[in-house]
Design a protein around this ligand. Structure first.
Ligand SMILES: Cc1ncc(COP(=O)(O)O)c(C=O)c1O
Length: 481
């Protein structure tokens, strides 16, 4: 009810009461007005009802929700189930047009507005997290791997003669498949073992560029968020190398937004060198259901983000964007900061507790200063005394522990529990040959891919723990000791 209607209503109910009610309505409307005029993340999170009011208002602006109007011959935005319509607040037109996913959808002013607002708020959220000079942001209804593929395709279209992607190796299959699915040839560049940590081998990257010739290389795909003992790639050095050699640079920042250190690394990279796009997951960073990714670029060059929008074929679902929009409106700047602080605190806590725990079993936490998300632990003294399987009840207890942690009700995180080391996990990633499946994808033998790791990594095993999102996740299969 607007002020005009409130005045009319005061003819029915005493005007003092109506005015009180109208003031209450006005408080909510003011929040929406501030959002639309300032176009930035609200300082403080909104309550659920105001978020719903805003979204419903927008939905009523889409043609499928017009009163007294039936789209004859319409084949779009017809929703058979009321439950489905409710689940989507009546938003059914999706976003974009066939030529550009960021374009306005003529039949859906409300959806178009919400999509634009999502991109604006995400850009702000990246800034709050420490990623500065962000020039363009697009939230895609694709998870990280598919968003990487689309970004690679958009970059490849700008460099039609090129087909190689140099890829400082990370043992995560999606990253590799993202390259292969773009019909490009991945050239894995093994990392260097520096102390405990696996780092980008810059001399090898340089020699690979020379060997393959810069004009045949689409880009280098670097990674920030990864499992210890691999550290974040040397983004600034790679960005400078890409600028020097005239080749593209895409950063896989899948779950790096909640790390101030990784956000500042991205900022330095695009300030000092070439970064075409940085891709991050919406679920891993903004804690929404899987299904979205953010493709961002620095103010220095936003052309690839625009090209990605144009490369997207057809319209797109707005559901993953809506999830992010709702979450950011409910957090506001203060809530988002709180999440970021908690993630850092959980990491520090896990580090201290793991160090203490490691000392009790004559092991140690690996020194991986370039990995602010995941922690590695030596398992030099681990002896297998039984089959590598876990009794069913123990698996249950483990998952119980982690779900308690997630709800914040557990006083003792899994790693602190008095039970034996049922969370110990032998992870071979980064030191071991790439899995046979992954090796098949790049058409190289697993043995070749492991070159460079074996010397330093032989006979070592690690426990990997990642503080992804707000909650530490224990990786891999539990083993009994
Ligand atoms: C470094 C890295 N890149 C990409 C992905 C794939 O993300 P998505 O499942 O969102 O495609 C992951 C998943 O954990 C990851 O760790």
């Amino acid at each position: 009810m607007d002020q005009h209607n409130a005045t009319l209503a005061s003819g029915l109910v005493s005007s003092t009461y109506i005015q009180q009610g109208a003031d209450a309505l006005c408080t909510r409307r003011k929040l929406i007005k501030t959002l639309l005029s300032q176009r930035s993340l609200p300082k403080h999170g909104w309550d659920e009802d105001t978020v719903e009011l805003f979204i419903k208002d927008a939905a009523y602006m889409d043609s499928n929700n017009f009163l007294n109007s039936v789209g004859v011959g319409e084949r779009e935005a017809r929703v058979a189930s009321r439950l489905v319509a409710k689940r989507h607040f009546g938003l059914a037109h999706g976003i974009g047009r066939s030529g550009d996913v960021a374009a306005e959808q003529p039949k859906a002013a409300g959806s178009s507005l919400l999509a634009k607002m999502t991109n604006i708020l995400v850009q702000d959220a990246l800034k709050v997290a420490g990623m500065l000079d962000v020039g363009a942001v697009t939230v895609l209804p694709l998870a990280t791997g598919m968003a990487l593929t689309l970004t690679l395709l958009a970059l490849k279209a700008k460099r039609p003669q090129a087909r190689y992607v140099l890829w400082p190796r990370i043992d995560q299959k999606t990253c590799l498949k993202a390259i292969v699915s773009a019909n490009l040839e991945a050239v894995p560049v093994p990392c260097l073992l520096e102390g405990d940590e696996l780092r980008t081998d810059m001399p090898l990257l340089r020699s690979e560029i020379e060997r393959l010739s810069p004009d045949k290389i689409v880009c280098i795909v670097t990674t920030t968020s990864c499992f210890a003992p691999r550290g974040a790639d040397s983004l600034v050095e790679v960005a400078k190398l890409c600028r020097e050699s005239g080749i593209g640079h895409i950063v896989n920042n899948a779950y790096g937004v909640q790390s101030a250190a990784l956000c500042s690394l991205v900022t330095s990279a695009w300030r000092k060198g070439r970064v075409d796009a940085v891709v991050q997951s919406t679920d891993k960073n903004f804690m929404v259901p899987v299904g979205g990714a953010v493709v961002a670029a620095g103010i220095q060059d936003t052309s690839l983000v625009n090209a990605v929008n144009k490369a997207y074929p057809g319209r797109a679902s707005m559901t993953p964007l809506l999830d992010v929009l709702i979450t950011l409106l409910q957090w506001g700047v203060s809530g988002w900061r709180n999440v970021l602080e908690q993630r850092e605190a959980v990491y520090r806590y896990a580090h201290v507790q793991l160090e203490a725990f490691a000392a009790t079993i004559n092991e140690r936490v690996l020194t991986t200063p370039n990995n602010p998300i995941s922690i590695g632990l030596t398992l030099a003294n681990l002896r297998q005394v039984g089959p590598l399987s876990v009794p069913a009840d123990q698996t249950d207890r483990n998952s119980q522990d982690s779900s308690n942690l997630q709800r914040g009700t557990s006083s003792t995180p899994a790693s602190q529990s008095s039970r034996p080391t049922h969370v110990a996990t032998v992870t071979e990633h980064s030191s071991a040959p790439l899995s046979c499946e992954a090796a098949e994808l790049v058409g190289t033998s697993a043995r070749d891919l492991s070159k460079g790791y074996e010397a330093g990594a032989r006979n070592r095993a690690w426990l990997g723990i990642a503080s992804e999102g707000m909650v530490p996740t224990v990786m891999g299969t539990p083993v009994t000791t």
